[in-house]
Design a protein around this ligand. Structure first.
Ligand code: DOR
Ligand code: ZN
Length: 452
């Protein structure tokens, strides 16, 4: 009799499929979705979604989980708990660790460290090393399909590519290897000049003036020129200004293989918050004016955005309370990502709730899965991995420090009234987060290469 039963059925939800939102049951066997049905079949276990949206597990393609070497800021156990508490079931981690992951050996070593400690499935962006561009040539896609280029330096940037010839070599090599470049596109020679002329910054009110949009615009223009020359696929990370958005959209419309990410932080805060909150909302690239934030939201509404990442970049309270010049940029956000984007969409977009839910699934799951070739991820359909976020759109709650699972223990969103909350997160057909009981599942997330 047992073999007639499915492993799991999720009943009573509003299922967000690529074809629209429908009241249905989702049936799961062996970690995969087998059917979306009107009547619930017999199953070993049942999860009642109680009218919540059943979203595909969210995919955050921009986290800094700080393993190895920076474990005082974050570790994989805390980072992945924060992720699943926010409905995220897959992350892509950045290479700026100690040592940085700049070659296949260090990527494999990182995967070994993460194995057995992750509640989420994972992949890594390898770091582009200007000294060794040849590492990217013919890179095994099991190791990485994407390489991070830091064009600007800051506290945690490992290998900054400032030499134009080295940058060009990286673009040429990546194009030949079908690698997706992901870029921190700022020209920090401008920032250095300003610091030299004006002395170290003493207040957050001048942060934007010290790290101005011109640095981003200049770097984005350079990236677009290299994309045009080599045909390299480029994804501009944490795009922060309206001018950059306009530039990238124009290039994309002209047929260049260029996309961009916006972060939950740039959608949620403005320079006024940095002025008030200081290091809490200090980020590189800086968080800009209201008109920039409005442009980024328009890019979400118009479908111009390639992904929304959290740029989960935690630092300790001690680090964040250093002097203005020494306090590192970056803030946690993987846990807040889905709810912050939902909250913003519901405030800004005059549209039915189901349209917002479909939009959330698209930009926080389907699109990143496609961009980074995360096979089996991003869509609720038969054959796909059984990863879900059960999201209650109606719950309104106030975020405070006691909700935070990131190791740093603080959130820039403390005191925010949030709309929508993740009730349960399911990865590979098993519950990995249950908000009602505050419990987590097994840390057996997979390195998405098929290796383990
Ligand atoms: O603000 C930032 N913090 N921007 C980055 O690009 C990196 C990050 C970090 O690692 O702390
Ligand atoms: Zn980052």
């Amino acid at each position: 009799m047992g073999e007639l039963k499915s492993d799991l059925v999720i009943t009573g939800g509003r299922v967000v499929t690529p074809d629209g939102v429908r009241a249905a049951n989702v049936v799961v066997d062996d970690g995969r979705i087998t059917a979306i049905t009107d009547t619930a079949p017999a199953a070993e276990s049942t999860v009642d979604a109680k009218g919540a949206y059943v979203l595909p597990g969210l995919i955050d393609t921009h986290v800094h989980f700080r393993t190895p070497g920076l474990l005082h800021k974050e570790d994989w156990a805390h980072g992945s708990r924060a992720a699943v508490a926010g409905g995220v079931t897959t992350v892509m981690d950045m290479p700026n660790t100690i040592p940085p992951t700049l070659d296949p050996e260090t990527v494999v070593a990182k995967a070994e460290l993460v194995r057995g400690n992750s509640l989420v499935d994972f992949r890594f962006h390898i770091g582009a090393d200007p000294e060794r561009p040849e590492v990217l040539a013919g890179l095994d896609p099991e190791i990485a399909v994407s390489a991070k280029v830091f064009m600007a330096g800051h506290h945690t940037a490992p290998t900054v590519v400032r030499d134009p010839a080295a940058l060009e070599k990286i673009f040429a090599t990546a194009a030949g290897s079908d690698l997706q470049l992901v870029l921190h596109a700022e020209d920090d020679s401008l920032f250095e000049l300003l610091d030299q002329w004006q002395g170290p910054p003493v207040s957050y009110a001048e942060y934007e003036q010290r790290r101005p949009r011109s640095g981003g615009i200049a770097a984005v223009a350079r990236v677009l020129e290299l994309v045009r020359r080599y045909g390299t696929k480029a994804h501009i990370l944490h795009l922060s200004s309206r001018e950059e958005a306009d530039l990238v959209c124009a290039a994309k419309a002209a047929g260049l293989p260029v996309t961009f990410e916006v972060t939950g932080h740039h959608l949620s805060f403005t320079d006024a918050d940095t002025c008030r909150g200081g290091a809490r909302t200090r980020l590189s690239p800086s968080i800009r004016a209201q008109a920039d934030q409005d442009r980024l939201w328009a890019a979400v509404r118009e479908g111009e955005v390639g992904s929304i990442g959290s740029d989960h970049a935690p630092h300790t309270v001690e680090e964040k309370t250093r002097s203005v010049a020494d306090s590192p940029p970056g803030l946690p956000g993987v846990q807040e990502l889905g709810t912050a984007v939902w909250t913003g969409m519901r405030r800004r977009f005059d549209e039915p709730e189901d349209v917002s839910a479909a939009r959330l699934a698209e930009v926080l799951s389907a699109k990143p899965a496609e961009l980074f070739r995360l096979t089996g991820k991003g869509r609720i359909e038969p054959g796909a991995d059984a990863d879900f976020a059960l999201f209650d759109p109606a719950e309104t709650w106030m975020l405070s420090a006691h909700h935070v699972y990131a190791k740093c223990g603080w959130s820039a969103y403390e005191g925010w009234t949030m709309s929508g909350r993740v009730r349960q997160t399911i990865r590979g057909g098993r519950v990995v987060w249950d908000a009602a009981t505050g419990t987590f599942g097994e840390p057996d997330g997979r390195w998405l290469t098929g290796r383990f």
